[in-house]
Every structure is written in C-alpha cells, then in structure tokens.
Design a protein. Structure first.
Length: 274
C-alpha cells in the first residue's frame, strides 16, 4: 500500500494517466489501479520502468522504492497460517501489524487483540464447526501472536469500545468468562490501551451498523482503512468519505460510553456477578 501510494503520487505529479502508465509496462489501466491500491504484488522490472516513466533518475530514490517493492513481495509471518484462515483475513493481519492506531467497536464478542487464550479457543471452536482440534489450536496461536503487537517496542495505540452484549454473551465455561473479564480489567490499564464499555442502559447508539475496525498508519501517504467482516468475505474501505462516517460513529460511541475508569468499574461489577 505504501509503495502503491508513492507510485500514484509520482504519476499524478507528472500528469500521466493510468492508461499511459499501464501501456509502459505492458499492462492495463486497471492493473495500475490495483498496484496503486496495494492490491497486487509488484514486479521489480515494472517498478523500475514506471520510475523511468515518471522521471525518477536519482539512484538513491530509485533504489529505495525498488527495495520497497522487494519487501512488499515477502510473505508476512501470518501467511503460514493461511490454511486455517478465511481468504480475506491475512490482508487484515498485515494491515493490523502495520498500524500505529487501531480503533474498533465490537458487539458479538471481545475484540481478538483482547481475548484470553481460553476465550479465544471457545470463539474459534464456535466459528470453525467441524474443524480438527489441530486447526483450532493453530487459529488460536495466530490470535495470540497478534496480541504481541500490544506489548511490542513500537506498540500501537488501541482504542476499543465493547458493547455490553459482548461481555454478557458466554463463550466457554463460567471460569473462562471470569478469566476474560479479569483480563480486560488488567489490560485496560496498559498505557496504550483505551477500553470503554457501551452499557445496555444507554439504549440505541451510533454503532447500530455493527462491528468495525479503523486502522491508521504512521506513513502520511497511507489513508486510514475501515475493516468490515462479513459471513463469507470482508470489505476494506479507504475512501475519505467512507472513513469519515465510521470515524464519526466511533467518536460518538466514545463520547456516549463511560470513560476508561468507569468502564473498569463496570467490568469489576460484572466479575462480582459472574
């Protein structure tokens, strides 16, 4: 995505159409569009030819972008789990790992980055009916690997609003749910984690469209991405007007939900009832 956005910027600066750019590398206009959106892999030769077309002659600048193309074609660690993942999900894991800010609203269950191992196992078993125990465990392992982002050296800021329904709906045994609630209390105290609970008592709210995640990246060339998961596919929205609507919905959810401290008290109250 970063390489694609930089190629788009260079093309537009020279006033070159996608059709002309495609012709220069023996490809279609739609291929250039997919490249600029980061939706396809990059051939080093194509990148070099485009840089020549765009008038980039400085060797250092060319090498930086060509190196980025090589890196873009290297499979991430999560691709080794592709056999137990829906086809659309590896893209999300890659984006999540590159984000410096992750904002989300969840209603069905606790967000994957905040799940305990036992809770995650119960969720995965429910979602992978008929899967072997080995496949379930691989999926759980992937989820736990993703959670390492939260404590990495350059950990992202994570702002999550959980609907109270996610906390009331049991996955696993009573002990599993107690462990999950306790984990939320503890992890919500991490400096890079902001957790809020949208209580039933508030009534209707701006999250009526369902769960969503907004990913923001440190590179200024990259637009925010909204991730919407469906039953058989997922949507990745990056048009400014689409992202703005979800940012507004999340801002209202954050304003209408109790703050982090009050939300921790709500979690402790649920612990006492469980």
């Amino acid at each position: 995505m970063l390489l694609g956005s930089q190629l788009r910027r260079l093309r537009e600066a020279r006033g070159i159409t996608r059709e002309a750019a495609g012709y220069s590398i023996r490809a279609s206009e739609s291929k250039i569009s997919r490249m600029e959106l980061g939706r396809v892999s990059f051939k080093t030769r194509d990148v070099e030819d485009l840089l020549t077309l765009y008038g980039i002659t400085d060797e250092a600048e060319r090498e930086q972008l060509v190196s980025l193309a090589r890196e873009a074609n290297v499979a991430g660690w999560w691709h080794s789990y592709s056999d137990v993942l829906p086809t659309w999900f590896p893209t999300y894991v890659g984006l999540e790992g590159a984000a410096h800010l992750i904002r989300a609203y969840e209603v069905q269950f606790v967000h994957g980055l905040l799940q305990t191992e036992d809770y995650a196992r119960a969720v995965v078993r429910r979602g992978m009916k008929g899967a072997s125990e080995a496949d379930v465990e691989r999926r759980v392992t992937l989820r736990l690997e993703r959670q390492k982002y939260l404590v990495a050296e350059n950990a992202p800021d994570v702002h999550i609003v959980l609907d109270e329904a996610a906390l009331r709906r049991p996955y696993g045994s009573r002990e599993v749910m107690r462990g999950q609630l306790q984990h939320l209390v503890e992890i919500s105290e991490h400096p890079n984690v902001r957790l809020q609970i949208m209580p039933f008592s508030f009534g209707g709210h701006s999250g009526e469209g369902g769960p969503f995640t907004i990913l923001s990246f440190p590179e200024s060339d990259l637009s925010d991405v909204v991730y919407l998961e469906q039953l058989t596919s997922a949507l990745y929205l990056d048009k400014r007007e689409d992202v703005a609507q979800y940012e507004l919905a999340l801002k209202e959810l954050q304003q209408d939900s109790p703050g982090p401290d009050e939300s921790r008290d709500l979690l402790r109250g649920l612990l006492q009832l469980s």
